[in-house]
Design a protein around this ligand. Structure first.
Ligand SMILES: Cc1cc2nc3c(=O)[nH]c(=O)nc-3n(C[C@H](O)[C@H](O)[C@H](O)COP(=O)(O)O)c2cc1C
Length: 335
């Protein structure tokens, strides 16, 4: 019964965050459980070759499902069961009690990545709160010391990312720079969410179309510079640090932690702006590890956090609460 009711809530769960807004999750309704899997066409093999961000995104989706279900009074819990061959991370299944969480559906609904200007960073209480969230799962949240060093790392990481034709091609596939196209309202990264003016969006589209020709002429450097310096837009950088030897299943669990961290930040009136390139690029991740005095492989995610000047634009989803259940869902079998 709770599973059938959950299906109607599914569009709310799709508000979960995902790298490049690919929304890789897929739900399979079975008699006694809902399996959470993923579609490899929504993975990012060039930008996320290890699948770390895929698993973090799937974990964030699982946590979002649990919050939405609990807020509706549904008794569902989570059984982790990562199986790469079956492309599943586990199952939501009926439980005796609703999932225990301090968060509610309106917070899931309101959460959004904010790439804009922040007036302040998180204070000591917020940092202690997010660190406590991570510590309950054996991780930690560290504040990245500011100063020129991180800015240089970020610029180097951006140049590295924009210098890789496969990564750029993948980014281009997920950029949504033309509001007239249907997919603008479905998924990916819109010009509005990226904070691009219309001329900047048109310029970026033209530059990416000419990438093969312009790459040897310094386009990667120009693209890296065009985004401006996110650190200059305020806030503080927080790194989510995993326990040593976190395996792929553990990364899914830490996607759940990541969502709890972001909702904790949001509850304090702050917003998060991930900067994954600092972790994606080996040289930047190693330097960050040295800066934080942690083994670089343990750094799972880096986010700029601060008090936004206003609400950020809302990102697109393939399903919305008015549209009924997700089109990918299979029918619920009769009990
Ligand atoms: C694992 C993960 C990594 C992400 N990395 C970045 C990033 O490097 N830069 C960025 O601007 N946004 C990043 N994001 C934010 C996504 O782009 C964002 O969640 C998505 O576009 C949906 O927008 P929303 O969070 O506002 O709902 C990341 C999100 C996740 C879950």
């Amino acid at each position: 019964m709770d599973l059938a009711v959950f299906r109607a809530l599914e569009p709310l769960c799709w508000r979960a965050p995902s790298a490049h807004n690919t929304q890789p999750w897929r739900l399979r309704y079975e008699r006694w459980a809902v399996t959470v899997g993923w579609d490899p066409t929504d993975a990012l093999p060039a930008g996320d070759p290890t699948g770390r961000d895929l698993r973090l995104s799937l974990g964030a989706f699982v946590e979002t499902c649990l919050i939405v279900a609990a807020d509706a009074g549904l008794r569902l819990d989570w059984v982790a069961d990562l199986d790469a061959a079956d492309r599943r991370v586990g199952r939501l299944r009926p439980a005796r009690h609703p999932y225990r969480t301090p968060f509610r559906t309106p917070e899931v609904w309101d959460r959004r990545t904010d790439r804009g200007r922040f007036t302040d960073g998180p204070d000591a209480d917020v940092i202690a709160a997010v660190d406590a969230v991570a510590r309950r799962s054996g991780g930690a949240v560290h504040v990245v010391p500011d100063g020129g060093r991180v800015g240089a790392l970020l610029r180097a990481a951006d140049r590295h990312v924009y210098g890789d034709p496969a990564v750029v091609a993948e980014l281009r596939r997920w950029l949504r720079l033309d509001p007239a196209r249907r997919d603008y309202r479905a998924d990916g990264l819109t010009d509005r969410c990226l904070g691009l003016s219309r001329p900047a969006a048109v310029g970026l589209r033209a530059a990416l179309a000419a990438y093969p020709v312009l790459r040897p002429l310094g386009l990667p450097r120009a693209l890296a510079a065009a985004g401006g310096d996110p650190l200059a837009r305020g806030g503080a950088l927080l790194a989510l640090v995993a326990p040593a030897d976190l395996d792929p299943a553990g990364q899914v669990e830490f996607g759940r932690v990541l969502l709890r961290v972001w909702l904790t930040v949001q509850a304090a009136g702050l917003a998060a702006h991930p900067l994954s390139q600092l972790v994606d690029v080996a040289g930047s991740r190693d330097a960050l590890g040295a800066l934080l005095d942690v083994e670089p492989g343990r750094i799972l995610h880096v986010t700029r956090v601060g008090r936004p000047v206003g609400p950020a634009p809302r990102s697109a989803r393939r399903v919305d609460p008015g549209a009924g259940a997700a089109t990918f869902a299979e029918p619920v079998p009769a009990p």
